[in-house]
Design a protein around this ligand. Structure first.
Ligand SMILES: [Fe+2]
Length: 341
């Protein structure tokens, strides 16, 4: 990967053209099936960021790729918003795990956000009863990572790298992993094949609508896009799924990209439940200005351990704070969740 020309078959035998010409190249490093590259100053190249999903044994993790036709920030904002989950992903026929999900018992979570060196913790509190709260803490990690907490029915941590392709397209790298044991074979099959024609959080093999090889990420475009109305089915909406959209990631993708690839933020109406989105937006804007105007980089951006963080779901006594559970928010390779799901 040094950008050298290997052969110039039509040039004279003693031509040295191939020794002089180089294409622009970037260093690549592979770790557990993910190719990382550094496109900045070669002399300022930091170590690969330590991210738990990219470091656990291969049997503990499932990673999938797909292209989503919207700006990466819209996708980030959708995933750090925890309020939508029991509503958008809900069923109306009372079947399926989401209907029994504890988060469904309080549809109006109260948000608490905390700035971190790695980005932002977006915590949501749901009241289970007078003595007990259910907390979900989603994490946003600079520059475009999100982490979603596990659920008792789905004991995996998950999240995305929302890698910008351009302003209107995003490469979505989704990961689901168990921190200390292999994923169940059944779980992996569900991720790969979907369930009764529905998608899970991962794009299944049937989701893809490949484009000509000349297009970037040709294999990873899907049939669930705005043109196809994300396969919205009115009948399903009246009988099974609240959203009428066939599966978890499709429901998210439709809401994140449905209005426009870059929506007009001057015309939106943020509510109290958008606190996490608003705070994260403000943080990003501040950091961008700091870098642009003063050349200040985010703290510890070159410290690989900065990203060793977990999203958590905690049932706590009323009055207990999620911030006090700092230990279980640290990612420790090989260690279990550290609390009961
Ligand atoms: Fe969602």
């Amino acid at each position: 990967m040094d950008g050298k020309v290997v052969e110039t078959p039509a040039e004279p035998v003693d031509s040295r053209l191939k020794d002089k010409v180089r294409i622009k190249n970037y260093p690549c490093e592979e770790r557990n099936g993910i190719l990382w590259t550094w496109m900045g100053d070669p002399d300022a190249r930091p170590a690969l960021p330590s991210m738990e999903w990219n470091m656990v044994p291969a049997e503990n993790v499932h990673v999938s790729f797909r292209v989503q036709e919207c700006n990466w920030l819209q996708a980030v904002e959708g995933e750090i918003d925890s309020a939508h989950a029991p509503i958008l992903h809900g069923r109306i026929d009372s079947k399926g795990a989401i209907s029994d999900w504890v988060a469904k018992r309080d549809l109006r979570p109260v948000f608490e956000c905390q700035r971190q060196e790695f980005g932002m913790s977006v915590a949501s509190r749901r009241v289970l009863d007078e003595a007990t709260n259910y907390w979900r803490v989603n994490q946003f990690l600079f520059p475009f990572y999100t982490l979603v907490p596990p659920q008792s029915q789905y004991p995996e941590l998950s999240g995305h790298a929302w890698v910008p392709i351009d302003d209107e397209n995003t490469l979505c790298i989704m990961f689901s992993y168990h921190p200390s044991q292999p994923l169940y074979e059944k779980t992996r099959k569900l991720f790969e094949a979907g369930h009764n024609g529905r998608e899970t959080g991962h794009a299944s093999v049937d989701a893809f609508a490949p484009r000509p090889p000349s297009e970037p990420y040709a294999k990873y475009w899907t049939k669930f896009n705005l043109k196809a109305a994300f396969m919205f089915d009115y009948d399903a909406q009246t009988k099974t799924w609240f959203s009428g959209l066939p599966g978890l990631w499709v429901q998210d993708a439709a809401c994140q990209s449905g209005v426009a690839p870059v929506y007009d933020r001057t015309r939106e109406h943020l509510g109290i439940s958008d606190t996490g989105v608003a705070m994260t937006r403000r943080l990003l804007l501040e950091r961008v200005r700091q870098l642009k105007e003063r050349g200040e980089k985010p703290a510890r951006y070159d410290d690989p351990t900065l990203w060793m963080v977990r999203a958590v779901s905690l049932t706590l006594a009323a009055g207990e704070t999620w911030q006090a559970q700092e230990e279980v928010m640290k990612a420790k390779l090989g260690a279990d969740f550290g609390y009961a799901l």
